[in-house]
Design a protein around this ligand. Structure first.
Ligand code: BGC
Length: 516
C-alpha cells in the first residue's frame, strides 16, 4: 500500500539493541516471543479451521460463528439516489448523518453531527439508551431542518452488535460485545423500543434498515470499487461481512429463495473458536475473558480487537513485575498499572511509533501516564511486547480474511476495512498483508508483478464511510426493492414507505424539492 507522507520508510519492527539487556529480561523476552508469535503453519491451520466454521455457521444447526443473514440483497449499482439519515451507535460516540445520493454515479454529499455516548449509558438500562439516541436524532433534525415540513426520512441504523434478523427492519440482539452491558436489550428486537422513543418525540423518521458496521463497510466500499468483496472492521471490536448466495445458506433453505440470489452475511467472526480448539491463547487471554462482562464469548475478538490490546499489554507487564525472579520496575510504585483497562490501544500505537532508538518517548509516556521510570532494558522489553501484541493482532485478523477468500474461492479481490486499529495502529496493514501472503502461498502479485505496491492478489484497503454512506445505500437499496415489489426480508413493506417521499408517485425515493 502506498504511503502519502514522504520521509524514510519504516520497518514493520525494529531491531533494537538487546546488548545491555540482563539475562532474566532476555529470557522473558524470548518467552513472550514464543507465546505471542503465530508462525505460518499455525496461521494456515487457523484459516482452514475458520473456513469450516464459516460454513458451519450457515447450517441449520449452526456453530459458534453466528453468520447472520442481513437481508441486504446485493451490491449497489452506483445509480442509487435520494436523501437518507444514518445513525451509528459506535462505542464512544453516536454519529448522525444526512446523506444525499445525487444523480451522478457513485457520488454522495454528507452532513453530520457527533454526540458523546455517556460512559454510564454503556452499563445502564434500555430505556435510557433509546431515550438518549432519540434525543440526539431529534436535535439533529431540529438543527438542520428548522421550520421545514418534512416527509418521514428513511434511516439506516448501524447497530454494530450481533443481531438475528428475520427482516432488515428487525434485529434481536444476541449478546452485547465490546464491554457493553445494558440491561433489558439482549434477546429482544431492538427496533420497536427505538421507534417508540422516536414516536414519543414526534421525530419524523422511519427506520428502513438495521445494519452492521461491516455490512455498511462492504456496501459503501463496493459503491466506488467493484472489486470489493469483503467489508471488515478492525477497531474496538472486530468482524467482517461478505456476500453469499442463498444456495450456500442451508439455514435459509426453507424460505425457497432463488439459490443464485445474493445476501450479505454479517459473520460476527469475533466469536470464532469460542470452544478454544485452535487459537493460541495465552494465560493473559484467559484472564481477559474471565474478567469480561461476557466470559466464553468473542474468543477471537478478545485476542485481536482494539478494546483488548492495551489490557493484554498491561496484564503481561503486571505479571512480569509480580514474579520475584524477574527484575522489572523494581522499587517502583506500579499502582496505576494495576487498574484494569487503564491503557488503550493508542498507548501501544504510541510505543510502536516511538522513532528513537533509545526509546525516549516510550520512557516519557511510562513516566507521565503511569508514574513509572523505566530503565533502558525495560524499555526494550516494553517495545518488543507492544510489537508482539500488535503483530499477533494483525496476523490473526488476516486468518479471517483468508478464510472468507478460501470459502468463496476468491483468488483476487479487494477488502474494505475501517476501524481505529486498521487506520491508526502502526504496521497493522503491512503485517496483515505479510500474513495473507504466508497463508495463501503467494509468490507473485497480480499479472506476474512483484508483490506489494498495489499488486497483492488480495488487498485490504481503507474503506468508504460504512456507517454513513453504507447505511444510506442499504436504506436506498431496501426502498428500491419495496418499490419493485421484491419484498423478501422486509417486515412491513407498505409501512416502510408510508409517510416518506418514496411513497409519492414517480418518486426516485426522496426528490430534493420534496423536503420543503
Ligand atoms: C460486534 C460486531 C461488530 C464489530 C466491529 C463486534 O464486537 O459484535 O457486530 O461488527 O464488533 O464493530
Amino acid at each position: 500500500m502506498s504511503s502519502t507522507s514522504l520521509g524514510p520508510r519504516r520497518k514493520p519492527s525494529r531491531k533494537g539493541s538487546m546488548a545491555d539487556v540482563p539475562k532474566d529480561l532476555l529470557q522473558e523476552i524470548k518467552r513472550l516471543e514464543d507465546l505471542f508469535t503465530v508462525d505460518t503453519a499455525k496461521l494456515k491451520a487457523i484459516s482452514d479451521h475458520f473456513v469450516d466454521e464459516l460454513a458451519k455457521g450457515l447450517t441449520k444447526e449452526g456453530g459458534s460463528i453466528p453468520m447472520n443473514p442481513t437481508w441486504c440483497m446485493g451490491f449497489p449499482t452506483g445509480n442509487e439516489t435520494g436523501t437518507f439519515l444514518a445513525l451509528d451507535m459506535g462505542g464512544t460516540n453516536l454519529r448522525v448523518c444526512e446523506i444525499n445520493l445525487p444523480e451522478e454515479k457513485g457520488e454522495f454529499d454528507i452532513i453530520q453531527s457527533k454526540y458523546r455516548m455517556p460512559e454510564e449509558l454503556k452499563t445502564g438500562n434500555a430505556d435510557e439508551l433509546w431515550a438518549y439516541i432519540a434525543d440526539c436524532l431529534q436535535q439533529f433534525i431540529e438543527y438542520h431542518h428548522e421550520g421545514e415540513r418534512l416527509d418521514k426520512l428513511p434511516l439506516g441504523f448501524t447497530f454494530s452488535y450481533p443481531a438475528t434478523q428475520d427482516y432488515i427492519d428487525h434485529g434481536v440482539l444476541q449478546r452485547w460485545t465490546k464491554g457493553f452491558d445494558i440491561d433489558g436489550v439482549e434477546g429482544k428486537d431492538v427496533v420497536p423500543p427505538f421507534e417508540a422513543a422516536l414516536t414519543e418525540r414526534g421525530v419524523p423518521i422511519k427506520l428502513t434498515a438495521l445494519i452492521n458496521d461491516t455490512t455498511g463497510t462492504l456496501i459503501a466500499s463496493s459503491y466506488t470499487d467493484q472489486e470489493m468483496k469483503i467489508g471488515c472492521i478492525f477497531g474496538t471490536g472486530c468482524n467482517a461481512a461478505y456476500m453469499e448466495t442463498c444456495g450456500n445458506i442451508p439455514k435459509l433453505a426453507d424460505m425457497k429463495i432463488d439459490p443464485e440470489q445474493e445476501i450479505a452475511i454479517n459473520c460476527e467472526w469475533g466469536a470464532f473458536d469460542n470452544e478454544h480448539k485452535i487459537l493460541p491463547r495465552t494465560q493473559y487471554d484467559v484472564i481477559i475473558d474471565k474478567d469480561s462482562p461476557r466470559p466464553g464469548q468473542q474468543a477471537f475478538e478478545k485476542m485481536i480487537a482494539g478494546l483488548y490490546l492495551g489490557e493484554l499489554f498491561r496484564l503481561v507487564l503486571l505479571d512480569l513485575h509480580e514474579q520475584p525472579h524477574i527484575k522489572i520496575f523494581e522499587g517502583q510504585d506500579v499502582a496505576s498499572l494495576k487498574k484494569p483497562y487503564s491503557l488503550d490501544a493508542s498507548f501501544l500505537s504510541d510505543i510502536e511509533n516511538d522513532p528513537y532508538e533509545n526509546l525516549l518517548e516510550t520512557g516519557d509516556m511510562f513516566h507521565t501516564k503511569l508514574g513509572i521510570k523505566c530503565l533502558k532494558p525495560e524499555l526494550e522489553l516494553i517495545r518488543r511486547l507492544a510489537e508482539l501484541i500488535g503483530t499477533r493482532s494483525a496476523r490473526l485478523s488476516a486468518c479471517g480474511v483468508a478464510a472468507i477468500c478460501k470459502k468463496k474461492s476468491y483468488k483476487t479481490c479487494h477488502v474494505g476495512a475501517d476501524g481505529s486499529v486498521f487506520n491508526k495502529y502502526p504496521h497493522f496493514k503491512a503485517r496483515g498483508a505479510q500474513a495473507l501472503k504466508e497463508i495463501l502461498d503467494w509468490e507473485k502479485g497480480r499479472d506476474g508483478k512483484a508483490l506489494g505496491r498495489g499488486n497483492d492478489p488480495v488487498e485490504i484497503l481503507p474503506a468508504e464511510d460504512g456507517s454513513g454512506v453504507g447505511a444510506a445505500l442499504i436504506a436506498a437499496l431496501t426502498l428500491k426493492r419495496v418499490q419493485e415489489g421484491r419484498t423478501m426480508g422486509i417486515r412491513d413493506p407498505e409501512g416502510m414507505l408510508a409517510g416518506t417521499a418514496a411513497a409519492k408517485p414517480s418518486s426516485k425515493q426522496v426528490a430534493p424539492e420534496a423536503k420543503k
